[in-house]
Write a new protein. Structure first.
Length: 409
């Protein structure tokens, strides 16, 4: 089998592309015509894998799905307009009123908000410290259907007990959903710990250039969906390993409509080609910045799984190719975080992560503001916490930028 990057770079042309193009072109169409109406009927009735309507299928998006599926070693992948659309549609398609699921309490802010909203509609969620499989086990009920975790938490970088939870889900017959956004398929492949479904925000490291939104759900084939009570009879056809992902595409993507556009899919597919190259540089830069800040007298604490004193350091080093390109830190008492950030020149004050550019954001006042102080405290998010998403700049320039911003204090 070819290597990780070789597979991505040559993915499009291996499938055969119009006119010998090296990349799948942008198919800017909504509908597809057929000379024989029986062919059209066969598509809608599932006897043919051709194209029906742009809300759920498009050749450019299929090419991207093939790339993501190969990265994650899955059996099928469905793409969506955003990473949040991927998570929301997955739950919408697979959970019912009265169901329960267990989630890590260390979550991306919008994911936390979404899960709270599902609770208002009769799907209950219990948030636990997912660094412990025991905490997950204690939260399981008879009506529990799945467990949801992130690989590395944003922004405090807690690392879930991915192996332990995988074993627990297998023993209890629960679907195991792993959000791989913070690591990406290059640093970690959740199929190795028994994940049933893998979520990726394509907007982040996979796309990498901050120019397109997208999300994906990948079915790994590791869960026995014949035991899952919420699969509709309509989708109990063919390989059971694809029953759930088919329902996600049909009852989620088709009916709910969180569609990825072909132009965005093209950007994301091209961006994915350099994922490994970018992440090698980003992770190297992150480690250098962490080492600089961790020893600085104006920095109170740095949170990064690569540091030996991180609670899940050994776990991160055993599971991941690198401990990531995102870290957070708190300044020493008395230092104005906003004034410090305003002195940064190379580093951009902005949301998002996984970009080629290094980005900094004050967490409590922005992306986690709506949670309120009590929920932030439960996640270990201090009011002074600054999150850094490390880019691919020359490390000398990044170190100089942080150095001058701290020296001015």
């Amino acid at each position: 089998m070819p290597g990780f990057t070789t597979s991505i770079v040559h993915s499009d042309r291996r499938g055969g592309i119009e006119h010998g193009s090296l990349q799948k072109p942008i198919h800017a169409t909504v509908a597809y015509g057929y000379e024989d109406v029986q062919d059209l009927a066969d598509v809608f009735q599932g006897r043919s894998a051709a194209y029906s309507y742009g809300r759920q299928v498009n050749p450019t998006i299929t090419a991207l799905e093939t790339k993501i599926n190969g990265m994650e070693r899955g059996v099928a992948t469905v793409c969506f307009g955003t990473g949040m659309a991927a998570i929301g549609t997955l739950l919408f398609a697979l959970l019912r009123k009265g169901d329960h699921f267990v989630s890590s309490s260390f979550l991306f802010g919008n994911t936390n908000s979404l899960f709270q909203t599902f609770g208002l509609h009769g799907v209950d969620v219990t948030f636990v410290d997912a660094t412990s499989a025991r905490a997950v086990a204690e939260a399981i009920r008879p009506e529990t259907r799945l467990v949801f975790v992130e690989t590395i938490a944003n922004p405090r970088t807690q690392v879930a007990d991915l192996e332990g939870i995988g074993t627990l889900c297998r023993e209890r017959g629960l679907a195991y959903v792993v959000d791989n956004t913070m690591t990406s398929p290059y640093l970690f492949q959740p199929v190795e710990v028994g994940a049933s479904l893998i979520v990726n925000s394509l907007t982040k490291y996979i796309g990498g250039h901050g120019n397109a939104l997208g999300g994906a759900v990948t079915e790994t084939g590791r869960f026995d969906w014949t035991t899952y009570p919420n699969i509709q009879d309509t989708y109990k056809k063919g390989d059971p390993a694809k029953w759930a992902i088919t329902q996600v595409r049909k009852k989620g993507l088709r009916d709910f409509g969180p569609t990825l556009g072909p132009e965005a899919a093209h950007h994301l597919g091209i961006g994915a080609e350099t994922l490994a190259l970018r992440q090698e540089r980003q992770c190297t830069n992150a480690r250098a910045l962490v080492d600089f800040l961790n020893g600085h007298d104006k920095v109170a604490r740095v949170y990064y799984p690569g540091l030996p004193d991180h609670p899940e350091h050994a776990r991160a080093m055993a599971l991941f190719r690198h401990p990531g390109a995102l870290f957070s830190f708190e300044l020493a008492d008395g230092i104005d975080a906003f004034a410090f950030m305003n002195r940064l020149d190379v580093v951009i004050k902005s949301s998002n992560l996984g970009d080629n550019r290094t980005l900094a954001i004050p967490v409590a006042e922005t992306i986690y503001y709506e949670m309120g102080p009590e929920r932030r405290a439960s996640m270990g998010i201090a009011d002074s916490l600054i999150r850094i998403s490390t880019g691919i700049e020359d490390i000398e320039d990044l170190l100089a930028d942080f150095g001058q911003a701290l020296a001015a204090e």
